[in-house]
Write a protein of this length. Structure first.
Length: 163
């Protein structure tokens, strides 16, 4: 039996999403940085936020990383899996998902904070978060250039990469 390279890689990794464990670590870092009550209120709610994105990406070929980041952030905001820091963690999760796809949020930090508070209180669905992200993200050119074939070829050792 032949196994593929992805057999031991989680579906979240394959899709470029942080898993529940990574989100817990992000949450802990956010609390160390800015304070708050530590602890997870319900691990199932955190796993549900991640799982809803995995399911959506599996069944909707049109869903891109911006939608995935928005759906993950919205899921964390709505599910409220942590005792504190849910909005901060949702933003960090969205940023991590976007960064993995080569995007960065370019809005003013105060505008970002206002948007996250507004979404947590009033958003009806992840689509509202997605629209805001689309208006406030840009391609990180350093990331894009580092991944381009021309750059890979120019920086590859003479005996290394072959296309």
């Amino acid at each position: 039996m032949t196994t593929s390279r992805t057999d031991s890689i989680s579906i979240e990794d394959q899709m470029g999403l942080p898993d529940a464990h990574t989100l817990q670590l992000i949450h802990d870092i956010e609390l160390e940085r800015s304070g708050g009550r530590a602890g997870i209120r319900d691990m199932n709610l955190l796993e549900s936020a991640v799982g809803s994105v995995v399911t959506a990406m599996s069944f909707d070929p049109e869903m891109d990383k911006v939608d995935a980041a928005a759906k993950l952030a919205f899921g964390i905001m709505r599910n409220h899996p942590f005792t504190d820091g849910n909005k901060r963690t949702s933003l960090a999760a969205a940023e991590m998902t976007l960064k993995g796809a080569g995007y960065q949020i370019v809005a003013d930090p105060d505008d970002i904070a206002d948007a996250i508070v507004e979404f947590a209180a009033n958003a009806k669905g992840y689509e509202e978060v997605s629209r805001w992200l689309r208006a406030n993200v840009e391609l990180d050119m350093e990331f894009a250039l580092a991944d381009s074939p021309a750059v890979l070829k120019a920086t590859a050792p003479a005996e290394g990469l072959r296309h």
